[in-house]
Design a protein around this ligand. Structure first.
Ligand code: NAP
Length: 251
């Protein structure tokens, strides 16, 4: 049984930069103690923790690669030890790859994508369920998955593999929402459109943040804080489960 005097705890995977970092900062402002997971960029994760602490909040950085089950187990053990409870899991860590048509994709690319974007969130959800589910003696909680508008649009001529991985996240969200509804856990997803983060540069497509706005009905790309807003809203949306919230400028 958790100590109700202690702050609610949110674990955000891939929170060293981009959407995850914006969510961490916003969650801390709203009173959460935040676990900032990162894979390799310790300085960025420490920077997010430093900003939160400077504003009077509580946060810790935890290294783990969500492509690695042992890493995920160690992430949750550290969380148990350092923060002592879990209320919200945000499955945010994800990768894209350089633009390719499917006939030019090799299996190592597809396996990496599915391991990070699909297996990682599912195994993180498993560990969160063990801690939050009333079926396992927990007090309930929330899982929020970061999908993508690509799940709906398909990613043709860019990255159909990425779109398929996010389609799997939508199915995971729907299925888990129904599986866990009676166990005190709500499961929802946000589906961002193009957002101003470094993910595009990691796919050799840094210019996308300058050009994509013209193809978006609202005439601009989104900011990470606009996705964080949706995530924080879902964390408290008591009658939402299995919801996929598009935050995409109208595409
Ligand atoms: P980003 O700027 O590239 O940041 C990704 C973060 O995830 C980094 O902190 C990175 O950590 C971490 N990460 C990557 N692989 C990881 C792994 N295997 N294990 C743990 N952490 C890992 O990405 P973003 O744009 O904020 O995207 C966040 C999520 O939103 C992703 O799921 C992405 O698919 C989704 N999304 C983004 C957009 C967009 O336009 N930006 C649109 C739709 C959906 P290190 O730096 O330490 O490696």
């Amino acid at each position: 049984m958790r100590d109700d005097a202690s702050p609610r705890v949110m674990l955000i995977t891939g929170a060293g930069r981009g959407i995850g970092a914006a969510t961490a900062r916003m969650a801390a402002k709203r009173g959460y103690a935040v676990a900032v997971n990162y894979r390799s960029d310790r300085a960025s994760a420490d920077g997010v923790v430093g900003d939160i602490e400077a504003a009077g909040g509580r946060a810790i950085a935890i290294q783990a690669d969500v492509a690695d089950e042992a890493g995920i187990l160690s992430l949750f053990e550290t969380l148990d030890h350092e923060l002592g409870r879990l209320d919200v899991l945000v499955n945010n860590a994800g990768v894209v790859d350089i633009n390719r048509r499917v006939e030019d994709m090799d299996v190592s690319r597809v396996e990496r994508m599915m391991r990070i974007n699909v297996a990682g969130p599912l195994i993180c959800a498993r560990e969160a369920i063990k801690r939050m589910s009333t079926r396992h003696g927990g007090d309930g909680g929330v899982i929020i998955n970061v999908s993508s508008v690509a799940a709906r649009l398909g990613g043709a001529d860019e990255y159909v593999d990425y779109a398929a991985s996010k389609g799997a996240i939508d199915s995971l969200t729907k299925g888990l929402a129904r599986e866990l509804a009676a166990d005190g856990i709500r499961v929802n997803a946000v589906r961002p459109g193009v957002i101003r983060t470094d993910i595009h540069a990691s796919a050799d497509n840094a210019g996308k943040v300058d050009t994509a706005g013209t193809r978006i009905p609202l005439g601009r790309i989104g900011e990470p804080e606009e996705i964080a807003d949706g995530i924080l809203w879902l964390a408290d949306a008591g009658f939402c489960t299995g919801s996929l919230i598009d935050i995409d400028g109208g595409v």
